[in-house]
Design a protein around this ligand. Structure first.
Ligand SMILES: Nc1ncnc2c1ncn2[C@@H]1O[C@H](COP(=O)(O)OP(=O)(O)OP(=O)(O)O)[C@@H](O)[C@H]1O
Ligand SMILES: Nc1ncnc2c1ncn2[C@@H]1O[C@H](COP(=O)(O)OP(=O)(O)OP(=O)(O)O)[C@@H](O)[C@H]1O
Ligand SMILES: [Mg+2]
Ligand SMILES: [Mg+2]
Lengths: 258, 258
């Protein structure tokens, strides 16, 4: 059965999409079967995977509302060898439409259930909020990956995020665990980043991934070519970091199963 | 009457809060009467203004739902000489609670109406989404300031943002105009940034502010001291850029009124 990981942080611009797309391609490159779910109405993971979000008849929106099977909205990434449930701004309507539906928090979990056996990993790229869409991801997932910019507002927001994860575990999904916190756009010369990084290690210990993703412009350029950086420029520092992260995740999984 | 400006971009981490807090303090420093409304459940503008979001009995949440007058939830910034309607994570509940209320898009406009005569400028710091909270800001405001990181995903998101502004103007608020697009965290050596910046100038012409805000770590450090950078380190490059922007906005306003 697939390991389902939600990539979550309500703080905006911390690298959720960049992490989702590059981890999906990185693990697919190591022979794993991977599905990436774009759960953000911005549709960035969709565009970053080379799929034009403007020309889609069916998206994850239709799977969430029960209008389509997840398998029928599924697409293949242009490069990177992973599958994708795409999104576009139509998904913004789901925030309001889900409010009145039964089981509004577990719609994604039900939609993904028939696909579980076909994948080794399912990643869910979440929008920058703790709304019904993100709740759906936290109910569907067993693990949470938290990309973290080492800056004050991102650190400050962790309390709310961890509180939400605890509440979801208590009321909706007892299996939910934090898989790890990933330091992104990390500049080792920056004393603020060093300070925040040290606080993360103090509060979260082993939950902090050893892999540090540096600030690297190739990670920001790759989306304009519709490709993950680990495919488009695999020798770049940013791509190398995400390949190392994929390896770290595989090693942790192997250790857990042993 | 106050000019009401919504600081909006559904793309996360582009500098909405940094712009709101530093413009509020920058204009207050030039003798204007300024109110900053934190409309983001993250409460970053509240913390960035030196107010502890965890110890608030009443916030903008209560004003939106009609439980309190806006004047009764108002606080004073620790430094920077502006007033604030604070926010914390309780506001996240409003996204769902507003759905079933009458006039759900104009609740903020009604809440701010009694305060208009007391201020020259009212800024609304929006969350990274095009949800009911942001709609409330777009209905309450006459102008929109769009902070923009010069990167692919932020550029890509402008189409949806401009589309939303047009729909709000057509159905909910005929006065709504784009005041300007602000290039933030700008690194002139970065060809991606140069390319995106050129596209902004082509598509938006004079609507692009002449002021460019450079990437400057002092802007990221100031919030940990609960102060706007224009107060905490006014000589820094980041603070100087925001003071220049305040000047540019005043000059544009004077030209319009002439
Ligand atoms: N390590 C990095 N180095 C340089 N640029 C990066 C890095 N990671 C991400 N970026 C760029 O920074 C911006 C923010 O990253 P991204 O969009 O992945 O964050 P996000 O958390 O998904 O944002 P949102 O909250 O809007 O969903 C993007 O323009 C991206 O290309
Ligand atoms: N010009 C700049 N130079 C360096 N750092 C900056 C600059 N502007 C903002 N920052 C930092 O970048 C991060 C993102 O900025 P900010 O939080 O203001 O963006 P935002 O659009 O309000 O984010 P969100 O979408 O989460 O509301 C913050 O940690 C902030 O301190
Ligand atoms: Mg994203
Ligand atoms: Mg903000």
């Amino acid at each position: 059965m697939a390991r389902v990981l939600a990539v979550v942080n309500q703080k905006g611009g911390v690298g959720k999409t960049t992490t989702s797309v590059n981890l999906a391609a990185g693990l697919a490159g190591k022979g794993r079967r991977v599905l990436l779910v774009d759960l953000d109405p911005q549709g960035n993971a969709t565009m970053g995977s080379g799929i034009d979000k403007r020309n889609l008849a069916r998206t994850v929106y239709h799977a969430l509302l029960g209008l389509s099977e997840a398998a029928s909205v599924r697409a293949r990434s242009q490069s990177g060898a992973y599958d994708l449930l795409p999104a576009n701004r139509e998904l913004a309507g789901a925030e309001i439409e889900l409010v009145e539906l039964p089981n509004r928090e577990s719609r994604l979990k039900s939609a993904l259930a028939p696909l579980g056996a076909q994948y080794d990993y399912i990643f869910i790229d979440c929008p920058p909020s703790l709304s019904l869409l993100t709740l759906n991801a936290l109910v569907a997932a067993e693990e949470v990956v938290i990309p973290m910019q080492c800056e004050y507002y991102a650190l400050e927001g962790l309390t709310d995020l961890v509180g939400t994860i605890k509440r979801v575990r208590a009321h909706l999904n007892p299996r939910l665990e934090i898989a790890g916190l990933l330091r992104t756009m990390y500049d080792p010369r920056n004393t603020l980043a060093q300070h925040v990084s040290a606080q993360l290690e103090t509060h979260f210990g082993d939950k902090v991934y050893r892999t540090l993703v540096p600030r690297n412009v190739r990670l920001a350029e790759a989306p304009s070519y519709g490709a993950p950086a680990v495919v488009w420029d695999s020798a770049s520092k940013g791509a190398q970091a995400y390949l190392a992260l994929a390896q770290e995740i595989l090693a942790r999984d192997a250790a857990q199963e042993a």
